[in-house]
Write a protein that binds this ligand. Structure first.
Ligand code: C5P
Length: 406
């Protein structure tokens, strides 16, 4: 089995109020040293055992615990969008019960309810509490839902008794985090994903074309991440300078027409379609077969015609795949994106204001809002395009699951 690299992984460490909370310091420190990006969320009672200052220093980020702190974003949602995996260590009987029953009465439990990533729970408590019927029933419910429960170790407990209930050593917890990430890797196993990426080139003559500054990076990151998650990925790409993502079938095209044809060839055999290409809306009505000469003209007029709308044509397929599109806008981004989502028959649209610094074309980062067909709208913070790709696939996976269950 390939080793799971922790470097760059986005991990939430959720600390609840047991004496073993001090051991979570070592866990955070170990994850950070492995290169992971760690955010710590605490309950009020955990703060009685360890100061949030300790975790803020170890993780290099402010600790989230106060539901009512003044802020501009919805913290439990942005944390949930951030996470690739969440580890609750130590997990008290109280938080286990809340998780099992969907109770959300503080920042930590609210955040847990919003997570779509794998969750690791490391229970730590007195043996009799651990063995009690409600705790065991709640753990069984969580296991059934796919939560990774780390077995507590036996030994001397803080209360003086001896038995099962100790928080396992940091290495055991880190291994459980790796296992959970590994399970996420296979989350799209067997899924057929078709992605368009990059710009298109619309020929004016054999040596000139109309195009745009799309680098193709967003689509390539999506293809690479979907492949890592076990999907069978085809990338239809306009001209870019990016290396071909490993394990991905790439179909190279130039024009919108060619991109449309390459996509249409796969009608009926796609589960998820992601239109990340910056497709030209117009092309010259006729491309000259020979290089156009300037002559002594001061002006020239190019007659343009519409290109096919690829995404809208995919929405006509039977069976229709789940469809994700992009809206790169320079004004009224959200309103335009919502309109586009409806008009083109998409399930989700990724809206970004390309006039914002760090977002859009030719940069490595992006700041996007995910809007889906049932009206959910999530603002993601400025992230690398790889992180945005992971967040888009998490949400797309959840949409596919909800369509399947209907
Ligand atoms: O309205 P607009 O065409 O800008 O919508 C952008 C979305 O539609 C993107 O997801 C883009 O890949 C897709 N698109 C398409 N075919 C076109 C134009 C855009 O699939 N001809």
């Amino acid at each position: 089995m390939p080793a799971i690299e922790l470097s760059g992984r986005r991990i939430i460490v959720a600390v609840t109020g047991g004496i073993a909370a001090y051991k979570a310091c070592e866990l955070v420190s170990t994850l950070v040293k492995s290169g992971a990006q760690v955010r710590v969320v605490m309950t009020e009672s955990a703060r009685r055992f360890v100061s949030e200052m300790t975790f803020a220093t170890l993780s290099g980020h402010e600790v989230a615990w106060d539901m009512w702190a003044p802020r501009t974003n919805v913290e439990h949602i942005s944390l949930a969008e951030f996470a690739e995996v969440c580890v609750i260590a130590p997990a008290t009987a109280n938080v286990i019960a809340k998780c099992a029953h969907g109770i959300a009465d503080d920042l930590l439990s609210t955040c847990l309810l919003a997570l779509t990533c794998p969750v690791v729970i490391a229970p730590a408590m007195n043996t009799r509490m651990l063995c009690s019927a409600p705790v065991q029933a709640n753990l069984a419910t969580l296991r059934e839902r796919g939560v990774h429960v780390v077995e507590p170790e036996e030994g001397r407990l803080a209360c003086g008794e001896t038995g099962a209930g100790r928080l396992p050593a940091t290495e055991v917890l880190v291994e459980a985090v790796r296992d959970a990430l590994r399970s996420r890797r296979g989350a799209m196993s067997g899924m057929r994903i078709l992605i368009t990426a990059g710009p298109t080139r619309e020929a004016i003559d054999p040596v000139r074309f109309l195009s745009n500054p799309s680098s193709g990076r967003m689509g390539y990151e999506l293809a690479a991440e979907a492949q890592r998650r076990g999907a069978d990925v085809t990338l239809v790409s306009g001209p870019t300078s990016l290396p071909r993502p490993e394990g991905v079938a790439v179909v190279a095209v130039q024009s919108a027409e060619q991109m449309h044809e390459a996509v249409q060839e796969r009608a009926g055999v796609v589960d998820l379609f992601i239109g990340a290409a910056a497709v030209a809306d117009w092309r010259p009505a006729e491309a000259a077969t020979e290089k156009m000469k300037k002559g002594d003209r001061e002006e020239m007029t190019l007659r343009m015609v519409r290109t096919p709308d690829i995404i809208a044509s995919v929405a006509q397929w039977q069976p229709r795949p789940t469809i994700v599109g992009f809206a790169a806008e320079t004004n009224e981004t959200i309103a335009h994106a919502r309109e586009k989502l409806q008009r083109k028959g998409m399930d989700m649209i990724v809206a970004n204001d390309v006039s914002e610094p760090g977002a859009g074309f030719e940069v490595e980062t992006n700041r996007v809002t995910l809007i889906d067909v049932i009206g959910r709208e999530t603002d993601l913070p400025l992230m690398s395009k790889a992180e945005v790709a992971a967040a888009i696939l998490d949400r797309a996976g959840a949409l596919i699951a909800s369509r399947e269950s209907q």
